[in-house]
Structure formats: C-alpha cells, structure tokens
Design a binder for this molecule. Sequence first.
Ligand SMILES: [Zn+2]
Length: 474
Amino acid sequence: MPPVTSKQPLRCLLYARVSRDLRGQMESPKQQLDSLREWVAREQGWTVVLEIVEEGSASAYARKARDRWPEVAVAIKAGRADALLLWEASRGTRELSGFTELKSLLLEHGVLLGYGGKLYDLADESDAFRTGLDYLLAESESAKTSARVRRAMAARAQEGRPHGKNLYGFRREYDPATGRLLAQVPDEVTGPIVLRLFEEVAAGHSMYRICQRLTEEGIATPRPSARGWFSTTVLQIVRNPAYIGKRVFRGEVIGDASWAPLVPQELWDRCQAVATAENRRRKPDARFSHFLSGIARCGVCGGPMYALCNRGRYWSYACHWKHCVTRSERLLDEYVRRAFVALLDEYRDELVAGRETAISSAVEAQRRQLDGLRQRLDDVAAAYAADQVKLATLLAVERDVRPMIEKAEGDLRALLVPGVLRGLGPDPAAAWQTLDDEDARRYLKAAVEVIVLPATRRGLRYIEPECVELRPTW
Ligand SMILES: [Zn+2]
C-alpha cells in the first residue's frame, strides 16, 4: 500500500455537527466547516464534493438530533468521495455501533479518513491502529471528560493560560486546523468598554450613573441580562486582576498570565482604591446581601424570611420564626423582580404623574366608594349567616362586587402612589431594573410587602403565582 500523500487528487466529503468541546464551549458546525474547507483549499488537487452539516442540538438529551449520518454512508456507498473529513475522530463514529462499522464502510469503498489535519488510510496497518485508538479515546471521552477538564484546568492555571468562560473584554484565537487555543487577545468591541469602566470608576463616577449610562447606550452585559448593568457586575470587572495580566486560581493571584494586560497598572491601582471603598460601603450586613432578606414575609406565621444555605450549596429564604416556609433564593428573587416590574408598569402613569400622597378629596371619595362596596359584601355575608339569603345569592353578589372592590382598591392605590417611587422617572419599571441591588431593595421595601407561602408540591422548579403576593403598602 503506497503511503498516503496530500498530492493525490481527492474528492472530499465534509461532515460537521454542533458539539461541545472540552472547554464546554460550543463549536458551531459553520466554524468546523470553515476549517475543513480551509484544509481542502491548502492541499493540491483536493475538492469538496459534498458537505453534510448537522444543525441539531448539542444537548446530551437530544442525541437523535443528529440524523444526517446515514447520508454520509449513502454518499460513500455511491462512490461519490475519496475522503471523509471530520472535525475530529469522535465526530462521526459516535453515532455508529462501533469503529469497525465505519472502518469496513471506508475500507470497502477505498475511502480515506481525515481529521485533526491528518489523513488516514484504513488499509494501512499503522493508520488503522492510530484511528482505532483515537476512536477508543473519543468513545471513553464522555466518561472521562470531567476528570480531564479538571486536570486541564489545574494545568492551565499553573501555566497561566486562560480557562473556563471567556473573560469579558477579551476574545480567544484558536488554531483553525486543530481547534487548539492559541491566544487570548483584547476584543475590539468589549475591550474598550472594560477600559471605560476602569476609567469611570477611577474618576469617581457613581456606580449608579455608570450602570445607567451603559444600560441606556444599550451596551450588552457580560452575561445576557434583560435588567441591564448592575454595580456588582462593574465591581467584579474592575476588581479582576486578569485585566492586568494576572492569573487567578481559586480567588488568588498565582502569577503572570499568558495574555497581555488590558488595563495599565496605574489605572488599575487608582481604581482599586475606589472599588474597595465602594465594596465596603455596600456590604454593611451579610444578612442583607440577599435580595429579599428581611423583605419577604412568611405567609403562614407572618415572620420575616432570611437567606440561609442548605447543605452548604443551595441558598434559600426561610421563615425566621418557625421555619414554616422555605423557598429557593434564585427562584424567589427572579419571581419577585418580575412581579415588581409588572406592578410598576401597571401604575406607570400614576408614578410618572407623581400624584400627591396627601389626603385629597379624590382620595376621600375613592375610599368611601371602596368602603361602601366592602360593606355591601359584608352585609350579604351576614344575611347569609343569619339564613336570610341563599348561598347562591351570596355567591352571585360576591361575583359582582369582588371585581368592583378590586378595581376600587387599584384606583385608590393609583392616587396614593408612594413618594419614593416617583423618583424613578418616565419609565419606572425600566429605571428600577437598572438600579443596583441595594437601591432596588430600598424601592421594593418601600412599595410592597412580599408574602410567601410554602410550595404546593415538592420539587417544583418554579414559583407558583398563587404562593407569592406583592401587596402594595400604599
Ligand atoms: Zn412562618
């Protein structure tokens, strides 16, 4: 068997599918395809005859999304290709019952196998051994991935190479052929934003203003967030030594990183003084670093709810008096934020108009109407209790009057919008969402009571609307 050279003309079949790499990052099929095309273009006499791309989900739960592999087999059996090029060994083979199946398919039709920038002829003993080995490694990869990731992370940290999620302000360059990480370089879009944050914090701009401007300008947050920028995000950025080219491992600087600093040392130093003071200011009590601590109240006994950590991992809010209610911190925070935004939207016009809270004649009239409606319902209930009217009558009256009472309550509230909420500007809901947690808590606490009931079932992954009430306190 003559050795495989890259000089012979080859009709190539490219196969790509979405997947996660060792770093847990998505490799899009398009990137894979681009690399494979570049490879073909580099070699003399190679042509692409067919490209098969799986656009399926990379989710481990959606394996059946990859269903175009049979087309690869059909094309090979039809003699359309001389070589099958994959992004890496595991790409196609995982879907087959085993490597032997792919091997016999390719052998039978004299098709070469290419991946990782190398071409293999399965009729060649050493090539067959090498590809078989790669397949075995790929096959056991899923079982070993987490151990490998941990080892690789520790090793990279020691070497000062980047790992984990890409750091905001940087982007990463990969070798198109092997997918290996080459360098971490400043990103053209987010890099200048990081610099701007450092400069503004160092110049003593308020966190609130910095966040407000970023959100107003529509600048994307490091992690997607509909709520825009928060001071915690800004503080995390300006306190991260990675921006002066230091490698941090488990919270400690362990040496110089392999990437160049994005921020000059002098700017960093000025910024730290400000950021440290800011950090101290906003952490007066660890108990209140949780959004709803001391704001949420137990719907069973009325006690305050505070955050506590279960089994050292899961934060939840629990009734402080009798532990009647425990709810996931993350879920409850999300739910209450959404509900509060909805409430601010509901009273938007009144908040913007800045109605007076002083008792006016309108408020008096509204109160009288509400009291009248409540009295009517009470009267019918009393009559029913005294056997003077039928249950059907009580229910009918309640059905008519209850919505009127709710409307009257809403109307009265609209007149009594608390002064504290008036400062939120023309779009209170949007403004509230740009506040940092400390300010957002202050508004929330001034405007509503948050009453929380126990979950209706065990193991719920959401908050049932009937279990949480945001009761306006005005
Ligand atoms: Zn309780």
